[in-house]
Design a binder for this molecule. Structure first.
Ligand SMILES: [Zn+2]
Length: 277
């Protein structure tokens, strides 16, 4: 793409065998903003644009597929970055919405998926990363439940963990602490400290639910990054959910934190409690 400059980001982190390099290609601010600004109120257009953005990010051919979901007009959109092994991480964000433009909830999350793919894709990764834009979250986690049921049946690979993005950019990133796996939360938190990004622990369990729950239900460790606070709660699921509400600096910080988190999960695996459910 003309004018696209991707800077390389490198961080050294202490691992079991000394220093480990965490590396990703940083997508520039203009591109992240442009993808967010592609938000559209019509679902048809929303879906079409998201697909085009994945393709623009290099997720083409058999890397990009649709997963039709029973009784839903729009499928889950799945972009896979194959790794050296079939062990995989899943990154999810719903692309449907309820009110306003659905800009913060959750175009902010869905439109970041292509950029996260792009951030990892230039380097051969050990793990496979699967980026899934989920349909019909607002109707009751329909798309993610459909996906998770197939994981449970064994017709789709079981991810080592799921990272869920919902409602980003209202402010600094938050972790849904009680709705996430402790080891995964700790990893994200320690990377935020390294990047000097303020990451707060804000529970959203009393005000709603989100796609990570579909995975936790089948025993897949998950974490949810969001940005909702008491002060911004009124924007979500209201006509105020428009693109002007985005705090771009915080949104870009959230992108940097997520890209680094994925790069770290690839080379410094998290030890999860034994899955049992
Ligand atoms: Zn949402």
């Amino acid at each position: 793409m003309p004018g696209r400059i991707i800077a390389c980001f490198l961080l050294l982190m202490a691992g079991a065998n000394g220093q480990t390099q965490l590396h990703y290609e940083r997508v520039v601010e203009g591109k992240i903003r442009e993808r967010f600004e592609m938000v559209h109120p019509e679902m048809e257009e929303r879906y079409r644009r998201l697909k085009a953005m994945f393709e623009n990010a290099g997720c083409t051919g058999d890397r990009l597929s649709e997963q039709p979901v029973r009784r839903e007009k729009y499928p889950n959109l799945v972009c896979v970055l194959p790794g050296e092994t079939e062990e995989e991480y899943l990154v999810g964000a719903h692309f449907d919405y309820f009110r306003g433009e659905g800009a913060l909830d959750n175009w902010s999350g869905a439109s970041l998926l292509p950029s996260l793919y792009e951030s990892l894709a230039k380097t051969q990764r050990k793990h496979t990363f699967r980026f899934v834009a989920f349909t019909a979250e607002e109707k009751g986690l329909v798309g993610s439940r459909f996906y998770a049921e197939r994981v449970k049946k064994g017709t789709l690979p079981r991810p080592k963990a799921m990272i869920n993005l919902d409602c980003l950019g209202l402010g600094q990133p938050n972790l849904w602490f009680s709705g996430g796996d402790l080891a995964l939360n700790n990893r994200i938190h320690s990377l935020a400290v390294k990047l000097q990004i303020k990451l707060s622990l804000v529970d959203i369990g009393r005000v709603g639910t989100t796609d990570s729950e579909s995975f936790r239900k089948i025993g897949v460790p998950a974490a949810t990054v969001h940005s909702v606070t008491q002060e911004t709660l009124n924007i979500i699921n209201s006509d105020n959910d428009t693109r002007e509400k985005l705090k771009f600096g915080d949104y870009y910080d959230t992108y940097r934190l997520l890209a680094l988190t994925l790069a770290s999960l690839d080379v410094l695996p998290v030890t999860f409690p034994a899955a049992g459910k």
